[in-house]
Design a protein around this ligand. Structure first.
Ligand code: HEM
Length: 478
């Protein structure tokens, strides 16, 4: 497949084995049930590097921001993303089964070439061009709501982010046949994606189970629709501004070569899949937190009213939507949409005085880092003011205001988008999309929690509400 740089051994003789719990089956069960509670407890008990036995393999969880920096940034060449293949020959890991060899799953020189090709499509100015779509599609969504409606915000936000990605990636609207197929075909949590972290996933994924069948059928329809769109673009003038046209027009800076159709398909499906459920979860969690904090919600609405008055937001409004932006940052701190950033060690290495062996499955779990009291005072508290720069004269008694943006903090104490050369390419896209969605919907609506409903999280590849996020919608300014 792809070439990786030669590893450099970095473990010293004085490093000691990483501590951790015993019981492979117990850990496996805990990880497939409520992994967040489990791994959070392990960090408290064993420290910044914990060895967690999982079935046939150990996972090394690293939760120190400087150590995460070492893995993801400084020594990134000593780590690969093919986490599931070590020691068992190569077999397609769950994500590869759907994303092929796109940006999320590829590695080494091939990944670097692809990233260089695709990066310009995610530059700030290019994304700003999608600003209108972010606001208009959010406005379309809310136009169907009625006062007192009970909505599932996870479903609503997924509809919205899917509409946005369908428009920006393929230039189709959500009520088109293409988008309808995408919506129903996207195999969300079935088949290999359902079994993701289990060691015997590859066997389970081959069984003739109904979920597996649906997965492979969905994947076939998705491939067919993307192939059709690629063929249409190839027949056309190729001048479109959607991401698919840009993928087709991209040329390697050194060789001048374009991507072939299969690679374009892998990249397009990667952007489609990576680009919507994550932002949907971030928004759903933001509404969950706002629903339980009327003060923060009122402050957001006051800001939206003041900045926007009677109109839709534009990208020029973003610098003034400071509190709204802070709400999104804080929601992604408490509920980072991606469960873990995982790597395979290409060499023995040492981190925080602990030895991590070659081929180890190394995982950084943003949830755990984001709730560490060393970096986050009152970590469980939803406090958007952490993200608001405070003047030097600010009340020193309010320790949270501006805390997250103080100079000198370890950068990767906050890593919802990962870090280093593999950090999320859609970072700016999703932040703009998220703030513009909050602002557009917040012009007219506020959402209250449904009494008696307990919100719980489901952590698999992403972290989302386990049974949805029901709210009652209340119209503002009636
Ligand atoms: C709140 C929203 C999002 C979150 C929290 C998020 C999170 C992440 C994280 C943690 C990674 C790094 C994984 C790793 O290092 O192993 C990643 C990579 C990636 N994300 Fe996102 N993402 C979001 C939105 C998006 C969007 C909107 C797109 C595209 C439109 C996107 C496309 C990608 C791609 C292509 C990669 C792979 C980059 C590479 O390896 O070069 N993401 N994302």
């Amino acid at each position: 497949m792809t070439q990786l740089s030669p590893p450099v051994a970095t473990a010293t003789a004085s490093a000691t084995a990483a501590p951790g719990p015993g019981g492979r089956i117990r850990s496996l069960l805990a990880m497939s049930g409520h992994p967040l509670d489990y791994v959070g407890g392990l960090r408290d008990r064993y420290g910044p590097v914990v060895r967690i036995p999982l079935g046939w393999r150990d996972m090394y969880m690293i939760s120190d921001p400087e150590a995460a920096h070492e893995v993801l940034v400084t020594s990134h060449r000593n780590f690969a993303k093919d986490v599931m293949s070590a020691g068992r020959g190569t077999w397609a890991a769950p994500l590869e089964v759907i994303l092929g060899n796109g940006l999320v799953t590829s590695d080494g020189t091939f990944h670097r070439k692809q990233r260089r090709l695709i990066q310009p499509m995610f530059h700030h100015e290019r994304i700003a061009g999608y600003g209108r779509a972010f606001a208009e599609l959010s406005d379309d969504l809310q136009s169907g709501w009625k006062d007192g409606d009970r909505l599932d915000m996870q479903v609503e936000m997924t509809e919205l982010t899917l509409a946005i990605v369908a428009r920006t990636l393929f230039d189709v609207s959500l009520d088109s046949d293409v988008a309808r197929t995408i919506r129903t075909a996207v195999p969300r949590h079935e088949g290999p994606l359902r079994w993701d972290s289990l060691p015997f996933a590859r066997h389970l994924a081959k069984l003739p189970l109904p979920g597996n069948k649906r997965f492979y059928q969905g994947r076939a329809s998705l491939y067919a629709i993307v192939d059709q769109l690629v063929a249409e673009r190839r027949r056309g003038d190729g001048q479109g501004a959607d991401l698919l046209s840009l993928l087709l027009a991209a040329r390697d800076a050194d060789t001048g070569e374009p991507m072939d159709d299969l690679q374009v398909r892998d990249e397009a499906i990667t952007l489609l899949m990576a680009g919507h459920e994550t932002t949907a979860s971030a928004l759903a969690w933001a509404y969950h937190l706002l629903g339980n904090d009327p003060g923060a919600r009122e402050r957001m609405h006051a800001e939206i009213d003041e900045v926007l008055g009677d109109r839709l937001p534009t990208v020029e409004d973003l610098p003034r939507l400071v509190w709204t932006d802070a709400v999104l940052s804080e929601a992604m701190r408490l509920y980072p949409p991606i469960l873990g950033v995982a790597r395979r060690a290409l060499t023995d290495f040492e981190v925080c005085g602990r030895r991590v062996p070659k081929d180890a499955f190394v995982a950084i779990v943003p949830w755990v880092v984001h709730r560490d009291p060393r970096w986050w005072p009152q970590p469980e508290r939803f406090a958007p003011q952490r993200w608001i720069e405070s003047p030097p004269s600010a009340d020193p008694a309010d320790e949270l205001t501006g805390h997250a943006v103080r100079p000198g903090r370890p950068r990767l104490a906050y890593l919802p988008f990962g870090g280093g050369p593999r950090q999320c390419i859609g970072n700016t896209f999703s932040r703009m999309e998220g703030v513009m969605a909050l602002a557009t919907l917040g012009r007219h609506w506020e959402f209250d929690p449904v009494p008696g409903f307990t919100v719980d999280s489901l952590a698999r590849i992403t972290i989302r509400p386990r049974q949805g996020l029901p709210v009652s919608a209340r119209r503002r300014h009636s």
